[in-house]
Design a protein around this ligand. Structure first.
Ligand code: BG6
Length: 477
């Protein structure tokens, strides 16, 4: 179904995110028929170029990042016909009137700030001063939304001077992933899971987001951020919220966001001995973290594991183990809901301990596995074994199922005016309020992250974090 026609301005249109995600994503939506033929995409950045030069840039971004859709040259050219460019000075006066001349009264106006947070305020202010923004216009802001609670509050205040909360779309691209939205479908679309989804039946939860890549060319940003700010404060926090929240009354923006906020506010402060930080070392093939960031004394973590507690009636006593890191053994994002033992074993001690585990694979090989206990076939008595009930999206829904990239879904939601999958200002602040004390503690204590080998599962201490509790992480494959 096509969305309403729109004028989408992308500030930072020549940058990496625009090239890799936003522009190819828009092209794929165009190919699927969702982007109306009258819609306009207007790139805006400092570089002085014309429509032709920008279209060349977009064409090459599509070739590189839009997958098989890029093969249809006619579609590419038709899409490029809807793409324009204006050089704009975010901190000055030039370019704004020209940009305004593209805006049409009947179209939804959206302004995507694909720039660092230091420019958010300048852009917001100029959109108002030069009269580009209407009461119905939307702004889209990327992470990082601040560096800590104080800077996030300052950003929220700054944006609030020019835009209402209902006009501000804070992106956490994890919420745009099909499999992340599926978490809500699984929980609230089935009668099977929800009655068991609490401390009475759940022993613990594991959330792993493991990456095989290092910090690559992003060393400058990353070294002032680290895994806690880059991943835990936002992506892992959102996953935790969707797993832990109460059922919202409706799948509507504030119903969902109110419930997520309650989870974040129910999180206990994390004890320092329940956090493990790591930093990857070098191996024969590649340099270590410190060489990547060109700071041989860097104490920034490229890995973090921690044990969290959600202190409310539903979750009292059930730990949430979170871990994420770069340069690990595999690229695996998954959530494990580990259920408790059956209350009484009628088969005696020799049958061993068996537990149901629900594994939700966010990426790759998207799908779910439920381990169930059955009798091992054979005449040798009642021996039990755990076997997986396995479902992969590709098998169940067919390889051609429409699985849009996170950004495609989110940009279309902006045009539709649906904020459900975007973070509200108070949510972001609450998340910083939880992570700040951990980061401050490391700085105060001069904490040095534990080294770990590239291609490993992170530092040994992270494994111990669960071993000490008589539990173990699922292997990173
Ligand atoms: C980004 C982080 O937000 O998410 C990156 O800044 C990280 O460091 C990326 O690599 C992971 O996203 P995805 O979609 O590849 O899991």
């Amino acid at each position: 179904i096509p969305v309403d026609t729109f004028d989408l301005v992308i500030f930072g249109a020549t940058g990496d995110l625009a090239r890799r995600k936003i522009l190819p994503g828009l092209f794929r939506r165009y190919c699927s028929g969702q982007m109306p033929a009258e819609a306009q995409i207007i790139g805006a950045a400092r570089s002085d170029m014309d429509d032709g030069a920008f279209r060349d840039l977009v064409r090459s971004a599509i070739e590189e990042f839009a997958g098989s859709a890029a093969g249809d040259a006619d579609q590419v050219e038709a899409f490029l016909g809807q793409v324009h460019y204006e050089p704009v000075d975010a901190k000055g006066e030039s370019g704004w009137e020209a940009l305004k001349s593209h805006m049409r009264d009947h179209a939804v106006r959206a302004f995507y700030f694909s720039v660092g947070p230091s420019l958010f305020g300048d852009l917001a202010e100029r959109l108002r001063t030069f009269g580009l923004a209407t009461p119905d216009s939307r702004i889209v802001v990327e992470k990082p939304f601040g560096h800590d609670l104080e800077s996030a509050r300052a950003l929220n205040r700054e944006l609030a001077q020019y835009f209402d909360e209902t006009q501000i779309y804070r992106i956490d691209h994890y919420l745009g992933k099909e499999t992340v939205q599926n978490l809500m479908a699984v929980r609230f679309g089935n009668v099977l899971f929800e009655p068991l989804w609490n401390a009475q039946f759940v022993d613990h939860i594991q959330i792993t987001v493991a990456e095989t890549v290092g910090v690559g060319g992003r060393g400058g940003y990353y070294d002032s951020s680290g895994a806690m700010r880059d991943m835990v404060q936002n992506h892992l926090m959102q996953l935790l919220c969707l797993i832990a929240m109460e059922p919202p009354a409706r799948f509507e923006p504030d119903s969902v966001r109110d419930e997520k906020l309650k989870v974040i506010r129910a999180l206990d402060p994390v004890e320092p001995h329940h956090i493990v930080r790591g930093q990857y070392t070098a191996d024969e093939k590649q340099p270590g973290y410190r060489a990547h960031v060109e700071n041989e004394r860097s104490r920034t973590e490229s890995f973090v594991a921690l044990k969290a507690h959600v202190s409310n009636w539903r979750w009292a006593g059930t730990p949430f183990y979170l871990r994420t890191g770069k340069m690990l053994r595999g690229r695996t994002s998954e959530i494990v809901v580990a259920f408790k033992d059956a209350p009484h074993s009628i088969f005696g001690a020799e049958a061993g301990r068996h537990r149901n585990e629900l594994v939700i694979r966010l990426q790759p090989n998207e799908g779910m596995t439920l381990d169930v206990t059955i009798k091992e076939p054979g005449p040798g008595g009642m021996r039990l074994v755990d076997v997986p009930l396995d479902m992969t999206f590709a098998d169940a829904l067919g390889p051609d199922a429409d699985m849009p990239d996170a950004y495609e879904r989110l940009i279309m939601d902006v045009i539709r005016g649906n904020q459900t999958l975007f973070m509200r200002g108070d949510e972001v602040e609450a998340a910083w309020a939880w992570t700040d004390p951990m980061i401050d503690g490391w700085e105060r204590r001069g904490d040095v992250p534990k080294p770990y080998d590239p291609g490993s599962s992170g530092p040994e201490d992270a494994l111990m974090l669960m071993h000490r509790d008589g539990r173990r992480w699922r292997d990173i494959k």
